[in-house]
Design a protein around this ligand. Sequence first.
Ligand SMILES: [Zn+2]
Length: 479
Amino acid sequence: MKFFKYIFLLFILFFIILYFKPISSKKDYIQLNQSVPKINLKSLEENFKEGLKIKTISDKSFYNQNEFDRFDNLLKEKYQNLYKLNLLTKINQSYVFKIKGKNSSNPVLFYAHYDVVPVTEKDWSSDPFAALTDKEGFIVGRGAFDDKASVFSLLEVFNYFLENQIIPENDLYLALGEDEEVGGLKGAKKIADYFKKENIFFEWTLDEGGFVLEGDNLKIKNQVAFVGTGERGYLDLKITLKGEAGHSSFPPKENVIEKMAKLIGFLKKEQKINNLPFSFKQMIEYSLPSMSTDYQFLFNNFWLFEPLLIYIFDQDNKLRATINSSMTTTIINGGLKSNILPSEVSVVINCRLLPGITDEYIKKMILDAYKKAKISESINLEVINYNPASTNIVPDQKSWNLIASAIKTIDSNVEPIPYLSLGGTDSTHFSEIAKNNYRFLFIRTLKDRLKGMHGVDEKISIKELEELYQFYYLLMINL
Ligand SMILES: [Zn+2]
């Protein structure tokens, strides 16, 4: 009996040691001295609404050059200061504005896109291009927070600096892209090429790609500012199997369509999650100090609970996306007639890749599955689209502290946490022109608000616009 008692006591001791493992604090934020001057909210609101009314849809089937020209005229009319001083470089229909700082060695780039996705007008409660204010005081319109709120808040801060002849510590750049929603090849990509040509390398860049959300997913009571420090890669890959055509009256045991199904089955088995990725562990490391003690216990002991956490996260589609690269078949082609065996089948798989996983890695994974499935037909792999995952996702302490401090200055109850952005942004084009690429909008997209993005009744309140303006102001004045 005594023996069991000791074992029991040892067990208790073991858990106490675990429980009191110190939690490293990431909360040494700088005190920002500058307060935000009262802004002319009226002008921000008016200009923003004018911008929302312009149908800058970048989707090919809805594209209208006149609308982009209208947007150009709006900027010229409302932000004369930015034009007067020759601060502009126009690239296609994208813009680069610059304010010269006291120092040119550590420039910073603020980025937003002014194109929007199309609308299904009948589903909206009001005209998506009328910029009307709803009963709750929200301004409704396509692009309200993706991404015209950012466009106009940034323009207003730049305008304020010029009007008041404020010279920032470092050179400030503001770039506005024209086609983020269709990949950014005319806008962000060309802007990045321009900076490369000019030999301008940024200390950091800031784009959309994270919001202020409820902290429940991370078991945090407060609201959380999810600041993207990187994003997943994107890959569309076509797999083709070629075999012999033939008559369906005397088919082989497995025809080429069935072989493809087998190959996909093997591929799915390869997708097992063995470890939690670095991006996830980094997010947790920053979250720990704000978690309740029971969850701290769970998340601070990966060595013990990693398999359990992987199991829990694997049950939910959204959570799984944070801990593993995803791979799913989206297009299939093969077979023309019901009584003829096809000689060729192809599928397109769409992958979202965690940092460290490349197109070559996925190709090897497919070839391994192909070998394991013992398929005799020839295989061909073709990369259709590929954007590599971010390589540097560790925030640099100085810029991270500034961003986190600006968030805390606006609302000390919001917890800044770095995370890996699940969707794609134009920042993917900026990885070679900066040390760090941050993705974050100070907009509280709580409850159902995120559904408006690319959905219906996208909206933002004046208070939210003001907070976004304050956030940018604090960053630019404290560089
Ligand atoms: Zn966007």
